[in-house]
Design a binder for this molecule. Structure first.
Ligand code: SF4
Ligand code: SF4
Length: 419
């Protein structure tokens, strides 16, 4: 993609982030947390390096160049640096927003990207049809089995990589299977809204049905507006902020009258909680304050029951632990439900999935995944629980035939424990 080598300097005092950039003390606390730095050991691919590059850009000492864009685009947006920075600097958020500005030119690549991120992700029906066709033509015909067993993927490593990420697709999406209002089981204690993420509605439909089932068992009526569209996270991550803002406006309107909005997708939850800053509209704060992750909501409600899952550990999705700051509830829940709970070393370190990152920068993604897999193996756990579709896909794809553990969403464990 050819892009204009434009200057980015803001006139003095007009940059919205310049004051924050000045507070970086270059202390390096953020470096050990950063997966792109761990994989490359290059300062330009570290949070501190990115902050200094954006500062130089703002001051007009740098222009938009291929090297600069690479430095910003190799950020996984995992936000681990933001959790540890003593000065409250947000290098991950900064990188995603600045790269959106640097890609302001027009090109065929951008047009195609917008077509996928806009019309396709704005239409759950279109997405469901696409996955349905893939299931019928590739998985149900046995073609997938043939391709895998005949070793055909060895001659096309890039295709093989994408293929690894395709788990069995359920016959029906959540939207197709469940009504818009799902009553509580027994006495109704409350009513909650439920935001259906794109991957959870389709590829992980069976998981989300367990999330909704658990809420019903806890006495909650679930309202699942079927007109919701993609939350906007892929659009933000790939620099299409205008598209993301349109989607945010649409989704906010779907939850009128609901005091609590739940989701079982950590990436969606992080985006919904940040709609006010995305739209730069303080009135949207009231919407974002109503959003809760599934684990955050159910942790105080689940009674003392047990899930018979043996040794289990927990991988914290970046968008739950770092972007939402939800660290304790998932672990507290699993510790209470599962007598065999074991702590995962570096449990909140990125697994390398990061949306489509695994496809764009496979070496860095693989480096992060290898570290995660080594940590999982060291626990001896039979089950790895997590709470985000990207992490589920990455860990499933990374497993080798020797790995006997299974990867499950935390809500499946909760639903199982509730009987
Ligand atoms: S971004 Fe924060 S943690 Fe990293 S070098 Fe600057 S002040 Fe230190
Ligand atoms: S968000 Fe993650 S990948 Fe990006 S700079 Fe921060 S720690 Fe590194």
């Amino acid at each position: 993609m050819r892009l204009p080598e434009q200057s980015y300097a803001h006139p003095a005092g007009e940059s919205p982030v310049y004051d924050m950039l000045l507070t970086c003390s270059k202390c390096a606390t953020c470096l050990p947390a950063c997966p792109s730095y761990a994989a490359t050991v290059r300062e330009t691919q570290s949070p501190r390096g990115r902050v200094q590059l954006v500062r130089a850009l703002e001051e007009g000492r740098l222009t938009n160049s291929e090297q600069l864009r690479e430095s910003l685009w190799t950020c996984l947006d995992c936000r681990a640096c933001e959790t540890v920075c003593p000065n409250g600097i947000t290098p991950g958020t900064l990188a995603t927003h600045v790269r959106a500005d640097l890609y302001a030119g027009t090109s065929l690549g951008r047009w195609l990207k917008r077509l996928i991120l806009g019309p396709l992700l704005s239409s759950p029906g279109l997405l469901e049809t696409g996955f349905g066709l893939m299931r019928l033509a590739y998985q149900r015909t046995g073609l997938q089995h043939l391709v895998r067993s005949a070793g055909l993927l060895k001659i096309a490593p890039n295709v093989a990589r994408g293929e690894r990420y395709l788990p069995p697709i359920p016959r029906k999406s959540v939207r197709q299977r469940l009504p818009e209002i799902i009553p509580a089981r027994g006495e109704t204690k409350g009513r909650v809204g439920f935001f259906l993420g794109c991957a959870m509605n389709t590829v992980f439909a069976d998981v989300t049905r367990r999330s909704i089932s658990a809420l019903g068992k806890l006495g909650y009526e679930v309202v699942m507006p079927k007109q919701v569209i993609c939350c906007g996270a892929p659009q933000v991550s790939l620099g299409e902020l205008d598209l993301a803002r349109k989607m945010a406006r649409h989704n906010i309107g779907c939850f009128d009258g609901l005091d609590v909005i739940l989701t079982d997708c950590a990436a969606c939850g992080a985006e919904l909680k940040h709609y006010a800053s995305l739209l730069d509209d303080p009135s949207v704060e009231t919407f974002s304050r109503r959003v809760r992750d599934f684990a955050e909501f159910v942790e105080p409600l689940v009674p003392d029951v047990t899930a018979d899952v043996g040794a289990i550990t927990y991988h914290a999705p970046c968008h739950l632990a770092h972007a939402q700051g939800v660290c304790k509830p998932p672990k507290a829940l699993l510790k209470r439900l599962c007598p065999g709970y074991v702590e995962l070393p570096e449990h909140d370190r990125c697994c390398g999935s990061a949306g489509m990152y695994w496809m764009l920068y496979p070496e860095i993604s693989d480096n992060a995944l290898a570290r995660k897999l080594a940590n999982i193996r060291a626990t001896g756990a039979r089950t790895v629980a997590t709470a985000n579709p990207g992490c589920l896909l990455q860990l499933i794809a990374g497993k080798t035939p020797e790995d006997t553990w299974t990867v499950r969403h935390l809500s499946e464990i909760v639903d199982e424990a509730l009987g």
